[in-house]
Design a protein around this ligand. Structure first.
Ligand SMILES: [Zn+2]
Length: 383
């Protein structure tokens, strides 16, 4: 296939990026950076910057201005009316002198230029209440928000040095996943967000979803997470052994989602869906308590929030799932929607119980976890 016909196939077959076209904010490193003021980004802001560069946050071309910010916080829409669920902002201590600044990571490495459009004040408590549904600073997302600098700096970015991906073999930009989907002839693709090892329950959800579409994108988040989440390196190995052993390779792609977790629950579910639309997904799996933390969100809040948008307004279609389990009476994986039996027939292990077993070097039941996955986790606990 020539490049041109391939391009036509892409536009004809796959879902359009959010806002209509994929943003590319990569560019050449300018000659003279030394004369410019430098703004140091947190690791979360570096993740956002890289996603701006790749178009994962299309149609955003930079950190949000006040008009977009206000409307996102209040109404989950950008100023132009497109749905958008979470602020993508750069917090600074003071307004820069010049109209152009260098953005650097915490080690001082220059990554990008930002053309200053606006510097504005924001209300942390209101952002917390609206975006996280709580102003409790025990919530990790709220704590991070409260610790931020007091002003937002807005403007388009041009990224000339992208952070080296932690997992190069899994590093695919939206343009890459779209090309691969097109090459494989997939039109309808379901995206699966995860920040955990995949056990039988989630394997089941992804396969049920896959039955109705052409392809499955397993898209684990590898950006910053809470310290008590399973480390990304162990998770990546879990995905590899699981997919090698139990998924058909011509219908599944595993790639890393470079975002940092915000733990914003329902709003983050919408944000995750919109990002996956940019990667070429037409559908997105939303389970129970998606992107939640602690007891801050109701079990189904991350599903119910999608009703706040007009039908098809998001473009990408959410697929809602119940908690899944192996039922001995059914003799199969099931959910409360598809199994009439009681809890005694269900193989259920709490997260605490699973961690105990793994830490002791014991395999959980095969109805709960594939042994290959459990072995990887046991090894991770050992080291
Ligand atoms: Zn049953």
């Amino acid at each position: 296939m020539t490049e041109e016909t391939l391009q036509q196939t892409v536009t004809k077959s796959l879902i359009e990026p959010h806002g209509g076209s994929l943003v590319d904010r990569t560019g050449e490193r300018p000659e003279d950076l030394d004369s410019l003021e430098t703004v140091t980004l947190t690791s979360r802001e570096v993740s956002d910057l890289d996603m701006l560069a790749s178009g994962a946050l299309s149609p955003l071309e930079g950190f949000m201005g006040k008009e977009d910010y206000e409307r996102v916080v209040e109404e989950m829409h950008l100023a132009n009316g497109l749905p958008w669920a979470l602020p993508v902002c750069l917090a600074v201590e003071k307004a820069p002198e010049g109209d152009r600044v260098v953005l650097a990571d915490e080690d001082g490495r220059p990554l990008a230029l930002l053309d200053v459009e606006e510097v504005y004040e924001y209300d942390k408590e209101r952002e917390a209440e609206n975006c996280f549904r709580t102003s409790d600073d025990a919530h990790p997302g709220v704590a991070r928000l409260y610790a931020q600098q007091p002003l937002y700096l807005a403007g388009r970015v041009t990224v000339f040095d992208r952070p080296a991906p932690a997992y190069p073999e899994l590093a695919l930009d939206p343009a890459d996943t779209r090309r691969i989907f097109a090459e494989r002839g997939w039109k309808r693709v379901v995206g699966f967000q995860t920040r955990n090892p995949i056990h039988r329950a989630h394997e089941y959800l992804t396969k049920v979803a896959l039955e109705t579409v052409d392809g499955l994108l397993i898209h684990p988040l590898v950006g910053e997470t809470k310290s008590d989440d399973v480390p990304a390196a162990a998770r990546v190995e879990c995905y590899r052994v699981l997919v090698d052993g139990y998924y058909p390779h011509d219908h599944v792609l595993v790639s890393a989602f470079p975002a940092a977790m915000r733990y914003a629950g329902p709003r983050e579910a919408v944000w995750h869906a919109i990002c996956r639309k940019n990667y070429g997904c037409s559908h997105f799996i939303v389970g129970r308590d998606h992107a939640g933390v602690g007891d801050y969100y109701g079990t189904y809040d991350a599903q119910l929030i999608f009703d706040e948008f007009e039908p098809h307004e998001l473009g990408i279609e959410p697929m809602f799932f119940e908690h899944a389990f192996f039922c001995r009476a059914c003799g199969s994986m099931a959910t409360p929607k598809s199994c009439p039996h009681g809890g005694d027939d269900h193989v259920f292990l709490s997260g605490t119980k699973v961690r105990e077993l793994l830490a002791e070097g014991q395999l959980p039941p095969v109805e709960f976890s594939r042994p290959e996955v459990a072995e990887v986790l046991i090894e991770a606990y050992r080291s």
